[in-house]
Design a protein around this ligand. Structure first.
Ligand code: DGT
Ligand code: MG
Length: 578
């Protein structure tokens, strides 16, 4: 809340301007009933034609003035509030960007999207129309009350006494409408999620022949949506008639008593007409208050949710006095490292010493902890015990920017942005010299297929790299990691979709890149056999370690994997020999 108030205060000039135009417009409006009353008394009854002309001119002036002021008022409130929302969204986005991997493991994208979109819209409603109408209605109410009391206090009291009754009915009805709003908002979120997941996963739906089921699921939710909308329509329909009835009843009461005064000569007809017009200025605020409380309640709920998001601290951040080495050699060590996710041990007592420029290959069954291990190097997660060191410095003591700049990763699930191929590759590097870009593209074998494209590197690819093959996407993400020219390179299963020939060509090109410490996770022996050390993981532990030939001699799991992968080849060879 404090954050929001601060942002609103920053736009004080816009709001002040809006409030001034609002006040002027109200003052003008107050003259309306006055002139109408005067026209009746002085011109229609009294026959003063000269006054009629002046009064009509004044009424036209008021109407024009109000139109201009109304426009300016809405515009100023709108601009000021939009600026607040832009600032708020920016702050939220900055904050979300700072949060750690673990936060995104626990929170789904849909919910974060609704924080950025729907919740900020709720706040916009309140700080723009809410504030504007609230001020307007309060002022109308106060001024109208004073005017009514000065015109005729008895008649004013009669009307004022009925206001709480109207307000009570308004609140009762508004509550039922408000409830349906909430239901609609929840239901819309469900409908959106279903539609979004369905469209994003349309290929899976089709491949598994689940179209009919998915359509029915959507139809059920759509039906539900219709029912709630119908419920809301009913609540809305019930809303107006009783309030309309009560408002008119007040008018009937005032005209009856007022008429009595007019007949008795205690009040002029014009004053009575003016009086009844002013009464609308009392009733409107009453009617608006119900809507306003709903808008305010929605805004408060959204502010609470957004505040909660802001309270989320990144679990990974710089220590108090982070070390900022000028240059890293890329000496990576794991010292007795254990790691757990939510209480379950994923890695246990791992020791690795990767000398600068060496290549460490990691193999093992799925779920063995390979990705979890490499995720500790760039501090995507922190280990639970032990130490991960680079050049003798615990990564937790190293400046995060320096660390992440020096650790480049090709993640297991490739994610490409809907942008040009060039921008996707330069994504993490900013401005890079042309030769560095070219070298990365050629080493990652991106050049080979991009040069065939009519628009080359300027080709815009679809969401998540749509329009490219799995291997092409992997090659682009390898180039994206290479272009950063980092000391430590992590390749998490990043050649799995490549054919052997391309994989081999990339390996050869990488060998030429001297001084980079490489961690390669792979399932194919062909991808790991040249590594300085191969680690075979099982259940979070290193079950076997050594060079390719050492591990073959060991005749353990690595050997089994090797035999499995080369069996056909060996069999074919044997047949040939026979
Ligand atoms: P892969 O990629 O299928 O070959 O398997 P690895 O070896 O890369 O496995 P890894 O490190 O992703 O997962 C190791 C274990 O950790 C596995 O039992 C699943 C669990 N795990 C992975 N990510 C998370 C997470 O975000 N939260 C929790 N609670 N557990 C996770
Ligand atoms: Mg993995």
């Amino acid at each position: 809340m404090k954050r929001l108030i601060k942002l609103i205060r920053k736009q004080w000039l816009g709001y002040l301007f809006g409030i001034l135009t609002l006040l002027t417009s109200i003052v003008l409006d107050m003259y309306n009933p006055y002139f109408v009353g005067e026209i009746i008394d002085r011109s229609i009854i009294g026959g003063e034609l000269g006054y009629l002309r002046i009064a009509l001119l004044a009424l036209a002036g008021i109407t024009l003035g109000r139109a201009v002021l109304g426009y300016t008022k809405e515009l100023s409130f709108d601009i000021a509030s939009s600026k607040v929302i832009v600032d708020l969204r920016k702050k939220m986005f900055d904050h979300i960007q700072k949060l750690s991997f673990s936060f995104f493991d626990e929170n789904n994208t849909g919910e974060l999207m609704s924080r950025i979109k729907e919740d900020t819209e709720n706040i916009m409603n309140a700080i723009c129309y809410g504030i504007m109408l609230f001020l307007e209605q309060i002022i109308y109410f106060i001024i109208a009350t004073v005017i009514l009391l000065t015109i005729n206090w008895k008649l004013a009291l009669i009307s004022l006494v009925t206001m709480p009754v109207i307000e009570y009915v308004v609140f009762r009805l508004e509550r039922s409408v408000g409830k349906t709003y909430e239901k609609i908002s929840d239901q819309r979120a469900v409908l959106n999620t279903t539609a979004q997941q369905n469209i994003a996963g349309v290929r899976v739906v089709k491949a598994f022949g689940r179209e009919k089921y998915e359509i029915q699921k959507f139809l059920r939710q759509n039906e539900e949506n219709y029912k709630i909308n119908y419920e809301q329509a009913q609540a809305m329909a019930r809303y107006n008639p009783p309030i309309e009835f009560l408002s008119n009843l007040v008018l009937v009461l005032v005209v009856s008593v007022g008429g009595y005064y007019v007949i008795g000569g205690d009040m002029s007809l014009g004053t009575l007409v003016a009086f009844s017009n002013y009464i609308y200025m009392l009733i409107w605020p009453m009617r608006m208050m119900g809507w306003l409380t709903n808008v305010l309640a929605q805004c408060m709920a959204s502010v609470k949710k957004i505040d909660k998001l802001f309270e989320e601290e990144p679990s990974i951040r710089n220590c108090d006095a982070p070390i900022k080495p000028e240059r890293l050699e890329g000496h990576v060590e794991f010292r007795n490292v254990s790691f757990e996710y939510a209480g379950t041990n994923v890695l246990e007592k791992i020791d690795i010493d990767a000398k600068p420029g060496s290549t460490i290959a990691i193999m093992g069954m799925t779920g063995a902890g390979k990705s979890s291990l490499v995720n500790l190097i760039g501090r995507y997660y922190d280990c639970s015990s032990g130490q991960v060191m680079i050049d003798g410095v615990d990564v937790r003591e190293m400046d995060l920017t320096v660390l992440r700049k020096n650790v480049s990763a090709v993640m297991q699930d490739t994610f490409l942005f809907s942008d040009t191929i060039e921008d996707n590759i330069k994504f993490g590097a900013g401005e890079v010299p042309e030769e560095v870009f070219k070298a990365a593209c050629s080493d990652a074998m991106v050049d080979e297929f991009v040069s065939q494209m009519p628009e080359g590197y300027q080709t815009v690819i679809g969401e998540r790299g749509m329009g490219l093959s799995g291997g092409q996407k992997q090659r682009i993400s390898i180039a994206r990691a290479l272009v950063r020219d980092a000391r430590v390179l992590i390749m998490d299963d990043s050649t799995s979709a490549l054919d052997m020939e391309t994989e081999y060509a990339i390996q050869k090109a990488m060998e030429k890149r001297k001084g980079i410490t490489c961690f390669i996770i792979a399932h194919r022996v062909s991808a790991v056999k040249n590594a300085d050390e191969i680690l075979y993981f099982q259940d979070g532990r290193i079950a076997e370690r050594g060079t390719h030939s050492e591990l073959l001699r060991l005749r353990g799991r690595y050997y089994d994997t090797y035999c499995e992968q080369y069996r056909d080849y060996v069999e074919a060879l044997e047949k040939e020999v026979v």
